[in-house]
Design a protein around this ligand. Structure first.
Ligand code: UDX
Length: 429
């Protein structure tokens, strides 16, 4: 099959590489010449384990073509995926301008045959209907189209695995031919098939991300109780999760969730709920608690640390990515700088991205030990394996005061105290 993917962010590029790897011819449309040049040379631009190899393999096999032109890509394609960004607007609603602009471009370039146009970008309920209207209004008479919603559930850091081994493939459309085409394209993938209407498919994505964010905020809420009562959040949640109806996955307390999806999608669902007259108190609380989780760590630091030099290990919003969008580190650095602290920090991937925001206001080091040297306290914000296996005795000898705030609960409190650290975990008495 020949398909087109418009946009080459996490969802677009990973999907394009995986579909090309299944033997399809895949056009990828972007609009920044320098990025397209790098992609053509096999550089995925984004940090994602395994992606460079998959990209290079499929460029070599001539199944993956990068272009800034809609012609002939759209004309040749049976399926066109829209995977452009839908960033949050200041009021929390999703900015759909890129989706609609792209839809118009597609409509002008459709071939004289049946084309399925499918949003893989996370879009609020009703967006695909808007896309359908734009396509119908602007297309030539001989072109026939149907829209299908096909949300993507990949995680950064394990994007290829999640795309190749999905738990489910969701296809929302009221057109039988569109569903058949989408099922054919997804045939090599394992996992359950969920064929449903457009609105349900769109809502499935928001509901999935919101329940995951809810689990995390619930874990953080319980950690606040633990801090006030002497209970241990790890033991509490471990036991709670033993109930098969609840489970332990995605119920880890910490310094809060970040990334390009949870913060944005919880806000966007909240906005949709308000517009529809649905009470969104639960979603607002999920977001509030997420903010409290990071504010809570800040307040412990301000209360406890004697000097003004803080070391930070881990800057990305989670391990195995260089992404710092909505990362707790960004909030904490901003607040600590405002209060006159000096910051030395290390992250094996997110260095350049953090540098772009803070420039020389903080010192980024080449390794973890350099960052902790001479600091009055250490803040661990991302659970990279490197920090789990760090030489703690060396860390202790390098710190000016042996104070650790473990924002991801990666160390054992009793061991840390035995080693002579003043240790603070999240919800760990
Ligand atoms: C998420 C969804 O998991 C994925 O299905 C969707 O397609 C996109 O959004 P991603 O943003 O890549 O993926 O990261 P994820 O692994 O889900 O983690 C999100 C955030 O939650 C991270 O900041 C992580 O540290 C935090 N988290 C996760 C917790 O604080 N506690 C947990 O128990 C799990």
């Amino acid at each position: 099959m020949t398909i087109t993917v418009i946009g080459h962010g996490y969802v677009g590029l990973v999907s394009a590489c995986v579909f090309a790897d299944f033997g399809n011819k895949v056009w990828v449309i972007g609009h920044t010449p320098e990025k397209l040049e790098r992609l053509r040379a096999g550089d995925p631009i984004i940090y994602e384990p395994g992606l460079a190899e998959l990209l290079q393999k499929n460029i070599k096999a001539e199944r993956l073509i990068f272009t800034d032109s809609y012609d002939p890509a759209i004309k040749e394609s049976e399926i066109v995926f829209i995977t452009v960004g839908t960033p949050p607007k200041p009021d929390g609603s999703a900015d759909l301008s890129a989706v609609f602009t792209v839809a118009k471009q597609i409509s002008h370039n459709l071939g004289p045959h049946f084309t399925v146009v499918s949003c893989k970008s996370t879009v609020p309920v009703g967006t695909n209907r808007e896309v359908e209207k734009i396509l119908i209004q602007n297309k030539r008479a001989e072109a026939s189209i149907a829209v299908a919603s096909c949300p993507e559930f990949l995680r950064e850091g394990s994007a290829i695995h999640d795309t190749v081994e999905p738990d489910r493939v969701v296809i929302g459309s009221d057109n039988k031919d569109a569903v058949a085409k989408m099922l054919e394209l997804h045939k090599p993938l394992p996992g359950k098939r969920v064929v449903t209407n457009l609105a349900s498919a769109e809502l499935i994505k928001y509901a999935s991300n919101s329940i995951l964010a809810t689990k995390i905020s619930f874990a953080n809420l319980i950690s606040f109780f633990c801090e006030k009562t002497g209970a241990d959040v790890e033991e509490v949640l471990e036991a709670v999760g033993m109930d098969k109806r609840i489970g332990r996955t995605f119920m880890y307390a910490g310094v809060g969730y970040g990334g390009s999806c949870f913060p944005k999608d919880v806000q966007a669902l909240t906005d949709t709920g308000k517009k529809l007259g649905v009470d969104v108190t639960l979603l607002q609380s999920v977001e509030d608690i997420n903010h409290q989780a990071r504010a809570n760590v800040l307040s412990h630091v301000l209360k406890t640390v004697k000097g003004k030099h803080i070391a930070i290990l881990g800057l990305s919003f989670k391990p195995d990515t260089d992404d710092i969008r909505f990362a707790p580190s960004v909030y904490l650095i901003e607040e600590l700088l405002k209060k006159g602290y000096t910051i030395t920090a290390y992250d094996q991937a997110a260095r350049e991205n953090i540098k772009r925001i803070f420039g020389d206001k903080i010192t980024l080091t080449e390794n973890a030990y350099e960052a902790v040297e001479g600091a009055d306290a250490l803040l661990v914000l991302t659970e990279w394996n490197e920090f789990k296996q760090i030489d703690l005795a060396k860390v202790k000898s390098l710190l000016k005061s042996p104070v650790i705030f473990d924002g991801r609960n990666i160390y054992e409190p009793s061991k840390m105290r035995e080693m002579g650290f003043q240790y603070y975990g999240i919800g760990r008495s």
